[in-house]
Ligand binder design. Structure first.
Ligand code: C2O
Ligand code: CU
Length: 464
């Protein structure tokens, strides 16, 4: 992993009021949820900071929490009030391809002033999210994302015991407002991506939530950062993991290693039965940075009963009969730029500045006409990603969850959970396996959004 030490802006705060959880999106107009993308202002840093010029859904960042039940139909009308085209991707939903929201692959981007209707069924319960998928490096970093929570069919944690925590990492200037000047910096694109210097949770600076001692809570962490890999240690407050990337584990597990990494687009659902005040801390810096606190009220707690969450049914890969793909990840700062082809042309010299393509998968930067591979429907696919760069990456498959079946140099055995986004460290090789059961054209890209824009973006096709 990239071990550079990170420091966040620091400030002293007075006693903050308790944060309230944001409201759910309610369906209006015959069950259609209205999502309007447009500019709005929001203060991201406490006490007297300048407001930031954001792009948001329904004037809030995160956008409204869309909460539905497993198997339900979701209808969303996206209206674009931005100055550039956009689309919405439903991250981690094993969705019908036409609704996947990828501008340039599954739909044309929606021009300013126009709208698009999304209509799909959610097959899995769990913690998911939605975000812009056109010029994502720009649109997501300005605030275009929100949580999408799919409830289990059976009764789970009730509203008071089920907290969604959308974590973002912002780059703020000295006035405390979003730094706009550095958007698109080639330095960021070729290094670790757009790294921020301030964290928010549900759009708030250093919020505090009130919990009751001895009761069981589900904390749904969603990493909406463009590039930051959070280093956390949930074991510090006795939390167990219920789910990764929306998919419940058979049993809640305790993490016996630290740091626990939460990369861009990844989610983790934690189970915590608090006894005393605690905080979620980012521990990569010289001292831990507590970015969300929990005030635990003593006494009167009900006896703990932990609702069970049932795992979704995902087809198990058949490793003895798999199609094997090897993908070498190259390029970037301190990497090899020697053989990168972009739009059929070998890049050299000045080309890297003009095309801004500096990363490649098997020597190809960004989407080529031909997919990385084609799979028959129902075929098991094993993808071996060899990270030959000096940077960590967060690889995401659209339309499918996979099991991470092998990781070179890994010390922790996390039991090969289902995921939709995996981290691969510098010089690390990782193998994932999944059944290609969802027909269509699907992206496979780095979710460090600057890396994706600068070349770490490919696609595969599952035949009808
Ligand atoms: Cu969060 Cu291409 O996706
Ligand atoms: Cu990357």
């Amino acid at each position: 992993m990239n071990r550079d030490r990170r420091e966040f802006l620091r400030l002293s705060l007075g006693t903050a009021a308790f944060a309230a959880l944001p409201p759910f999106a309610t369906a209006q107009d015959n069950g259609v949820i209205q999502l309007t993308a447009g500019p709005s202002e929001k203060t991201l840093y406490p006490e007297g900071a300048a407001p930031s010029s954001l792009w948001t859904y329904n004037s809030m960042s995160p956008g409204p929490e869309i909460r539905v039940r497993k198997g339900e139909r979701v209808r969303v009308r996206l209206t674009n009030n931005l100055e550039e085209p956009t689309s919405v991707h439903w991250h981690g939903i094993r969705i019908d391809n036409a609704m996947d929201g990828v501008s340039g692959l599954t739909q044309a981007p929606v021009p300013p002033g126009e709208s698009f209707d999304y209509d799909f069924v959610v097959p899995d319960s769990g913690t998911f999210w939605y975000h812009a998928h056109n010029r994502s490096w720009n649109q997501v970093a300005r605030g275009l994302y929100g949580p999408l929570i799919v409830e289990e069919p059976e009764a789970g944690f009730d509203r008071d015991h089920d907290l969604t925590l959308v974590i973002d990492d912002w780059r703020l200037g000295n006035d405390g407002a979003l730094d706009l000047a550095s958007f698109g910096s080639l330095m960021d694109w070729s290094h670790g991506g757009r790294m921020g210097n301030w964290l928010t949770v549900n759009g708030e600076s250093l919020p505090t939530y009130a919990l009751k001692a001895g009761e069981a809570y589900r904390l749904r962490l969603i990493c909406a950062a463009n590039a930051r890999v959070f280093e956390l240690d949930p074991a510090r407050f006795g939390a167990k993991v219920l789910a990764y990337d929306g998919q419940a584990l058979p049993e809640p597990v305790s993490l016996d290693y630290s740091p626990f990494l939460l990369g861009p687009a990844q989610r983790v659902d934690l189970l915590v039965v608090p006894q005393e005040d605690f905080a979620l801390e980012e521990i990569s810096g010289d001292e831990p940075f507590a970015f969300v606190s929990f005030k635990v009220e003593q006494g009167g707690g009900e006896a703990v009963s932990v609702p069970r969450i049932t795992a979704n049914a995902i087809p198990e890969p058949d490793l003895s009969n798999a199609k094997s793909i090897r993908m070498e990840m190259t390029g970037g700062a301190m990497g090899d730029l020697a053989e990168i082809t972009y739009k059929g042309r070998r890049l050299q010299g000045e080309d890297f500045q003009t095309t801004r393509q500096v990363w490649a998968f098997n020597g190809v930067a960004n989407l080529a006409d031909e997919p990385l591979f084609r799979a028959r429907r129902g075929e098991t696919v094993v993808i071996e990603t060899a990270n030959e760069t000096a940077w960590v990456h967060a690889m995401h498959t659209h339309g499918h969850h996979f099991r991470v079946i092998e990781r070179s140099g890994a010390t922790a055995d996390d039991g090969k959970p289902w995921r939709d986004t995996f981290l691969v460290g510098p010089q690390q090789t990782t193998k994932i396996a999944f059944v290609a059961d969802n027909p269509g054209k699907w992206l496979f890209h780095c979710h460090m959004l600057e890396h994706a824009a600068a070349g770490m973006n490919t696609w595969f096709e599952v035949e009808e």
